[in-house]
Design a protein around this ligand. Structure first.
Ligand code: ASP
Length: 446
């Protein structure tokens, strides 16, 4: 059985077990099994993914810049992916607003017993600040705190300098290639535990999320899920088909493990290692493009999150009976797109962005309390949409730049994780042990 299949089973089992525990209402099970064991395994698993992100982005991006062959291509990849990311996010939120306006969730909503204390608005940073902060003052600090845009900026500058030094850099580039392989191997090791990690994460979420939270805001949830699926299965797939001619079904199939990871962790950032693996080893995007577009997209491209902003704004405008008008909605689109550039892909960040958007158009941010209860599950779905958007744009850019391997895309078994990936060759083990043993010191002559 393939690993993806096992992860899928882990996910479904998590849903069933979690939902069953939720109906049990047993204090011991909730405290010890869910709050203790499931939370522990789930956190360990997400931490293991996160520990890979920064070194993997660094080494793969150095190799990507060095391997691109022509530094000018770098500028083209950057501009095209930036343009496409902004474009897809804007299309996503515009369709979401239109759909929500047609369906009209929140009309006639009764506000009762909503505790809105503790919700505070965050000020949106200005565009100038966002761009200025891309340059790190201290790269070590940027790496330590996982500031993705700063890490990308620094690594690209370093990669360009490495290329400028020419032949002198050969061994450094080889070392980075080797480290990239090592990191990918660790991804395989962590992936081997994914069925259990995913099970615990999903079971914990479903055990904690009662169905009763969904009932009052069913219209919001329905519209949001509809808009997310519309973008995922229709807009993105049409875009992929029209620009690359690739089969959307094959593409979706090959993205499945990354989507499940995004769904279980609700974090585009933590999913970077898996997205990178799917896009390079299964879909055929060369590392020269993927090493840049995937971490870049995890930070600046959030189609699913933007869709949530759109639907939530229409919903709250209806709840409060406030007419936003065309200019209001245009403002929402602009704000959501800008906010997505500066915010990292981590769980729940969409709600923080929503406070900025609501503030901007003058809707009461207390309204967020209405949708807070259902946000975790919505976050999981929108994160899967976010990373699929990153993958679609990466594939388009790779195709446009001739950095795409159709043979990989055409091979259904390409990049499938198997038990063999984790085998250790005993002969190589023996040779390495020999190499690691200290050499006997020459004895001084009598
Ligand atoms: N969790 C999302 C992500 O990581 C962001 C959000 O919508 O809250 O992409």
């Amino acid at each position: 059985m393939s690993l993806t299949m096992k992860i899928l089973i882990g996910m479904l089992a998590g849903v069933v077990v979690g939902a069953a525990i939720n109906t049990l209402d047993n204090a011991f099970v909730s405290d010890v099994v869910v709050g203790g064991f499931f939370a522990m395994i789930g956190t360990m698993f997400v931490n293991a993914l996160k520990m890979l992100v920064v070194p993997l982005v660094f080494f793969s991006l150095v190799c990507g810049v060095a391997g691109i062959g022509d530094i000018r291509v770098l500028g083209r990849v950057g501009t095209k992916s930036f343009g496409l990311y902004i474009f897809t996010t804007a299309v996503a939120i515009a369709t979401a607003i239109l759909l929500a306006l047609v369906i009209g969730p929140g009309q006639g909503f009764e506000m009762q017993g909503i505790d809105a204390s503790g919700i505070t608005a965050k000020e949106a940073p200005s565009v100038w600040e966002v761009f200025a902060n891309i340059v790190p003052t201290n790269p070590i600090q940027a790496f330590a705190s996982g500031e993705m845009l700063q890490i990308i900026f620094y690594t690209i500058i370093l990669g360009v300098a490495v290329v400028m030094l020419g032949d002198q850099s050969a061994s450094f580039v080889r070392a980075c290639e080797y480290m990239n392989e090592v990191m990918m191997k660790i991804v395989s090791i962590v992936m081997a535990f994914a069925p259990y990690g995913v099970f615990c994460l999903i079971a914990k979420t479903f055990a904690e999320q009662g169905i009763d939270l969904f009932v009052p805001v069913l219209a919001y949830v329905g519209t949001l899920v509809g808009a997310l699926f519309l973008h995922l299965f229709v807009t993105l797939m049409i875009l992929l088909k029209l620009t690359t001619g690739l089969n959307p079904l094959t593409f979706m199939k090959k993205m499945r493990s990354a989507q499940i990871f995004a769904f279980s962790t609700a974090s585009s950032n933590a999913t970077i290692p898996v997205t990178l693996q799917c896009i390079t080893e299964r879909i055929g995007v060369k590392n020269s493009v993927a090493s840049f577009t995937i971490p870049f997209g995890a930070t600046i491209n959030m189609d699913g999150t933007a869709i949530m902003q759109g639907v939530a704004t229409v919903f709250l405008a209806n709840v409060y009976g406030i007419e936003l008008g065309i200019s209001g909605y245009l403002m929402v689109i602009a704000m959501a797109v800008l906010a997505s550039i500066g915010t990292a892909g981590v769980p729940g960040v969409g709600l923080v962005m929503l406070t900025m958007v609501l503030n901007q158009v003058g809707l009461p941010i207390e309204g967020i309390a209405l949708i807070l209860g259902v946000d975790r599950l919505m976050d999981m779905i929108r994160t899967a949409v976010n990373i699929t958007g990153d993958a679609v744009v990466s594939t388009i850019v790779a195709k446009l730049e001739g950095e795409f391997d159709p043979a990989v895309f055409g091979d259904p078994n390409a990049g499938i994780e198997s038990e063999r990936d984790l085998e250790i060759d005993p002969a190589a083990e023996e040779r390495l042990a020999g190499a690691a043993r200290p050499h006997p010191r020459p004895q001084p002559a009598e």
